[in-house]
Ligand binder design. Structure first.
Ligand code: CA
Length: 247
């Protein structure tokens, strides 16, 4: 299952140093990756994560929710923002918004004329997202569609909409292969498709695990791994992030 952020109750280390304390708090509200040694993860976050204050506030509010683990971690948000800068992304497609951490991280990374097509089915979760998009001054970049994502994606394909530079797939896992195929049609050559939770807490390794979500994630890893249409890397960031570059 998604690993970020972690459960409440982890003790903060006492520290006189406010920077260390701030990083400690960040770590306390971030899930431990199952795939990275906790001390290494803490080191990574403590030394290199620069989180926008509105992102931090959003993460703290999200942390109190029952499904808090569905949000990405701050180190993943920073990686995605870096990839946006590397590819010169202006148009970003997000499939699965939840409370908006990843879309906010990306909106902050995109240029002023950037555009995000954000697909989500939950009005409740996105009411949180919208508040923070506004607070951070990036709401004008985000076109939120409350509808089943496949409807929105098929609509974009049939309207022959302008290609996207990046796509992030982090919605219901059973449909991940359908989302991957749609994203491949919607992203430009040289653009990136990222798929979240592809290690699924390690469940993809367990041949006995035939849960539909696990099967779908296992399939998308194999599909992308053999896919001649893309260059691909699977990173053990948070719960596993698949990054595919469309050839
Ligand atoms: Ca996720």
């Amino acid at each position: 299952m998604s690993v970020c952020p972690q459960k409440p109750g982890q003790q903060l280390r006492a520290s006189e140093d406010s920077r260390a304390l701030r990083h400690g708090m960040m770590q306390a509200m971030t899930a431990k990756s199952k795939f990275v040694d906790p001390k290494i993860q803490e080191y990574i976050i403590g030394t290199t994560v620069r989180e926008h204050p509105v992102l931090r506030e959003l993460r703290e509010e999200t942390f109190a929710l029952e499904n808090a683990r569905m949000a990405i971690g701050p180190e993943q948000g920073q990686l995605m923002a870096l990839l946006a800068h590397l590819t010169g992304a202006r148009r970003y497609l997000e499939i699965g918004v939840f409370t908006g951490y990843s879309s906010l991280a990306m909106a902050l990374a995109l240029p002023e004329d950037g555009y995000i097509l954000a697909c989500e089915v939950s009005d409740d979760y996105t009411s949180v997202a919208r508040r923070y998009w506004t607070k951070a001054g990036v709401a004008h970049k985000i076109d939120l569609r409350i509808a089943p994502a496949l409807e929105t994606l098929d609509g974009a394909i049939s309207e022959d909409c302008a290609p996207f530079d990046m796509a992030f797939i982090d919605a219901d896992k059973e449909s991940v292969n359908a989302y991957y195929e749609r994203a491949l049609r919607l992203v430009r050559p040289g653009g990136l498709i990222m798929v979240d939770n592809v290690l699924w807490g390690g469940a993809v390794l367990d041949p006995q695990d035939e849960d539909p979500d696990t099967l779908a994630l296992r399939e998308v890893n194999v599909r992308a791994g053999r896919d001649e249409r893309v260059d691909v890397a699977l990173l053990p960031v948070c719960d596993g992030l698949l990054v595919a570059r469309k050839r």
